[in-house]
Design a protein around this ligand. Structure first.
Ligand SMILES: Cc1ncc(COP(=O)(O)O)c(C=O)c1O
Length: 465
């Protein structure tokens, strides 16, 4: 057997899993007649399951996380060394890796200056929402408290993050939601007819899509809106890139109505799109940036809410008021393993020049899939940036009617059977869980990319002929 897998009888593990585990985003009925997939080991781009089957992982741990690949001893050592020195102290005090990682992170984010450590993407987003609500109370009598979020975007699994989520199937049956969250339209050019903007394209469409945000602001009253929260590329909602002109106009609108701009980089942060952060492709200056998955590539749980010195200063203006500072704590935001792993993660991305690799391999993947459009009429659209690519499947290229979700799932299953793990939009937008998702580690080489695309080619042939 090649690579890292060590043979062991894992029958008991499978039984224990079936008896006691509750898997995420998973309908468990299937496990009454089959075994769960248990991922046992990983090395580089590859993982092995309980049966020793090897997979090329085209989704970095299922949900776009293991940016630098599996089995990095230097991260494990950095974490080990830190844990035996100091595993934890509440972030009311400082820590060596906390300070050094924050300094390093800020060096990649011109204009930003303060890092708030937390332990999940949902929580990082909630920190920003709380900061905005507090600013509203401190400066605007509580009035400028509304948080705008976009159709098709996702910001997490906790209730306030769900209140800011534009994916109907993710939030169904979990309401009622928190008040003061308002949805704005999506900006997906491929589905622009839904926006009533079918007659526009390119930059004109981008500006018009951003103007639809302005319409919502004017309807709600700009004096009531505190924050606009957006993904730089909508991830689970379909790998959606905003069109040209959109971001410029978004920034103008925020400035005009004194609305803070929050970019949720939980997926795109730390190199996924070929820059340190997705927003850095667009020349915008956010007031808040949140990040999680790739921050330590899954070697430790760490997420961050990052902001500017200007925002930070608002929370120390009046020290005589006991309520004036940000009265919030995240217990595990004080774990030192996270920043220790994250610091080493950044060093690897720098030393191995993974941003350049991501751009080059992303272009290759996009070109490979685009070329497959000649062969497979079911591919309606290929889109994405860097190593975050989506392939939308349709029944008809003209009408853009989405392919059946069950067929998209079959493509995923066929790829898995051939030893490549890919993703698909899942319980996101009703009728539109039809976009295959690809986010291999930033260390991917040409052979990895080609193998992923060839496997998808074969799977499409099997499912659609
Ligand atoms: C864009 C985005 N924001 C936030 C989250 C929530 O992150 P977490 O699962 O770490 O809470 C996710 C998770 O997939 C995400 O894709």
């Amino acid at each position: 057997m090649q690579g890292a897998f060590t043979e062991n009888d894992l029958t008991h593990v499978v039984e224990a899993d079936k008896a006691h585990m509750w898997h995420h985003l998973f309908q468990h009925k299937a496990l009454e007649t089959s075994d769960p997939r248990i991922i046992v080991e990983g090395k580089g781009m590859r993982v092995w399951d309980q049966n020793g089957k090897e997979y090329l992982d085209a989704v970095s741990g299922g949900v776009w996380t293991v940016n630098v690949g599996y089995g990095r001893e230097s991260i494990a050592e950095a974490v080990r060394d830190q844990l035996v020195k100091l595993c934890y102290f509440a972030n009311t005090a400082g820590s060596i890796p906390g300070a050094l990682f924050s300094e390093k992170l800020i060096s990649k984010m011109p204009g930003m200056s303060r890092v708030y450590h937390t332990n999940s993407g949902s929580e990082a987003n909630e920190k920003v929402f709380k900061m905005v609500r507090q600013i509203s109370h401190k400066k605007y009598d509580g009035k400028k408290h509304k948080i705008l979020f976009r159709d098709r975007d996702y910001h997490g699994s906790t209730l306030a993050a769900m209140s800011a989520t534009g994916q109907e199937q993710r939030i169904a049956q979990f309401g009622p939601f928190a008040p003061g969250f308002v949805k704005v339209p999506h900006c997906m050019e491929y589905r622009k007819d839904e926006l009533g903007l079918g007659h526009l394209s390119g930059r004109d469409f981008g500006i018009a899509a951003a103007n639809q945000i302005e319409e919502v602001i004017l309807r709600e009253g700009p004096e009531t809106v505190g924050l606009l929260c957006l993904e730089p590329i909508t991830a689970g909602g379909g790998v959606i890139e905003a069109p040209e002109g959109y971001w410029e106009r978004v920034q103008e609108i925020c400035k005009q109505y004194n609305i803070l701009l929050h970019i949720d980089e939980v997926v795109c942060g730390l190199g996924r799109t070929g820059k340190w952060f997705g927003y850095q492709h667009f020349g915008i200056k956010p007031d808040f940036v949140t990040m999680a998955k790739g921050v330590a590539s899954g070697y430790a749980a760490i997420a961050c809410a990052v902001t500017t010195e200007e925002i930070f200063n608002m929370f120390k203006e009046d020290p005589s008021d006991p309520l004036s500072y940000f009265r919030d704590i995240s217990t595990f935001g004080g774990c030192t393993a996270g920043p220790a792993a994250a610091l080493e993660n950044i060093r690897i991305i720098e030393d191995e020049e993974l941003l350049n690799n991501t751009l080059a391999m992303g272009e290759r993947m996009n070109a490979n899939f685009t070329a497959l459009m000649d062969k497979h009429a079911v591919i309606g659209d290929v889109r994405g940036k860097g190593l975050f690519q989506g392939v939308e499947l349709v029944k008809d290229r003209e009408t853009r009617e989405p392919a059946d979700e069950a067929d998209a799932q079959k493509v995923v299953a066929e790829c898995g059977a051939m030893g490549v793990i890919i993703g698909v939009t899942n319980r996101s937008i009703p009728g539109y869980n039809n976009t295959l998702c690809f986010s291999p580690a930033l260390i991917s080489n040409e052979a990895d990319i080609d193998l992923i695309c060839e496997t998808v080619d074969k799977a499409l042939t099997k499912v659609f002929g």
